[in-house]
Design a protein around this ligand. Sequence first.
Ligand SMILES: [Zn+2]
Length: 685
Amino acid sequence: MTANRLNFRVEAEAPGSRARACSFRTLHNDVQTPIFMPVGTQATVKSQKPESLAAAGAQILLANTYHLLLRPGVEVFRAFGDIHRFMTWERSVLTDSGGYQIFSLPHSRAITEDGAVFQSYIDGRSILLSPEVSIGTQMAIGSDIMMVLDQCVPSTSERPVVEAALHLTHRWAARSLAARGDSPQGMFGIVQGALFPDLRRLSVDQIASLPFDGLAVGGLAVGESKDAREDMCELTASLLPRNKPRYLMGVGTPIDILEAVHRGIDMFDCIIPTQLAQRGGVYTSRGFVQLRRGVHKFSQGPLDPTCACPTCARYSRAYLHHLTKASEPLGWQLLGEHNLWFYQQLMRDIRASILEGRFMELYRERREFLGVPDIDHEIARVRTRPAPPSTRGQYAVKVAPEGFGLILHVASGETMHAHTSPIEEARALYVGQSNLRDRLRSAAAQGGSDEPVVVWDIGLGAAANAMAAIECYQELADEPGTRPLRMVSFENDLDALRLACENLRHFPYLRHGGPGGLLERGQWRSRRYPGLEWLLVQGDFREGIKRAPFAPDLIFFDPFSRRTNADEWAAPTFQALHEACADRDVELFTYTTSTAARVAMLLAGFYVARGKATDVKTESTIAFTRAALESGAARRHELLGETWLSRWGRSHERVPAGLDEAAQRQAEGQIRAHPQFSQGSAGTR
Ligand SMILES: [Zn+2]
């Protein structure tokens, strides 16, 4: 197999437009363009069976190399032969290279000439994703079209960053081609260059000079405006060679696709059809319809009378409205099926119009309704908004007599805070007490560090602690010498934050770009303050601590109490935390005063001190590392001493639960011998 793996042909070009109809042949089927490829990230298009995708007319599915490399892993694909047999999909598959995930997921950072090192979100392993590993994985997956590994940067990046990424992408492109060898699988190169026309030109020169089977426009739809994207897409497409397929990665809505076809693009992929379906949104011949709206409650008609999909053939709007309101998975599935048909039908209509020489006619006609909201149920200018939901998962919103919102854990009846608003308590107990302000300022001025201050926020909850820290940073950000702030929030159940975000009136501190970004993408970077970054580590805390990307300077430890979250308060958690601190100068703040928690901290190797009062307790707890004691950072804290020790001696929580007698004796001895008691307060024993 050599040069012409896809046997690509241009069949027709539209007069007055760059739109074109083409065809090519993969290892599995004939493909006709313009084409929309549904996204099957995990070897599945969310909520859809492969047979419905085929029935809708999908010719190629996109699958994500990065995710499939982590799970199920290449061995499974090798055992099955390829992804086609594994997921029972007989048509073509295009695999991306993992470049976009390196860019967008939080657990990766280090990018070198070799490749990108990232940490598996499944088991925490460090993995090097190099061009060779990416292509090797794509070969094992057995896709029809492989993508080269590229370095994607935000489209709004500074020129030197874009330039460096572009040259690296070019060198990786050559290595990717070499790694393919004589495999019959097709391979596409990726053009980068963000929003710099001359860099786009340079990138096309570099990438188009290599023997790829197709070319993709990368680095768009990652933060720029719609106009900027369309201009850059038009320019790039005009520079690409005529005799190869052109693929615009990650785009888009139906109107985006129509506009890009007009500008000369042949191939598209996007998660929108199924993602919108999950939220009750559908595209129809009468504009964009939101099924959650009450106007559909009694509607016996179909979603879209002009649509031939199985959903429109069988179900009423009222039933689909009901399924959506009740968050039933069938609603997601049926609406997703309709949206995917809508996309495929749009592509068929576009192609037919190009072949018949009337694309511009269709373009003008479709532009009128593709981008518009529901024509038949115009959204009134003034209307009363439905009340936001007051419960979600295990949580409910409660409004305190003072007017601020509280998140209640329904099963235990426990609230996150009681008499003080959550943000007030966060400011006092965590941000104030930790001297975060001074840490952020301790930079260059005093010959100190300009490394980021890393705050671990364990138990994100409704994000009060994180937002209080972010507030503190924003107040200082414009002062010269302020260190960057990196928030790392740990949470296993995001419903509390989601619920609070749906009730902003009661949680006004969440009116900020951060929480939404965190919920949507697991990370957020401030445009306004380049030094501000927020990452989410999802899942079990103890596992999260082990795979968190940055070691902490400060820890805000604020999960729900032991009654609801026994595991998170157990000794192994503090053990893992102490290990994560290594020999760094770290202080931990928590609201608890429980003996069991303090014992766990002491046994883990922390020094433990009394923290300031909370609204319901006369004290809280501070733990810190030996390095913090030695550096002087922790000298201001009042260590627990003789009084606590004698109270401890009478407590029934002297040692962690579940130890046998010998281990109990050993743990007790360890507490008594802790340097905080044996040296710090000499003569107490
Ligand atoms: Zn339909």
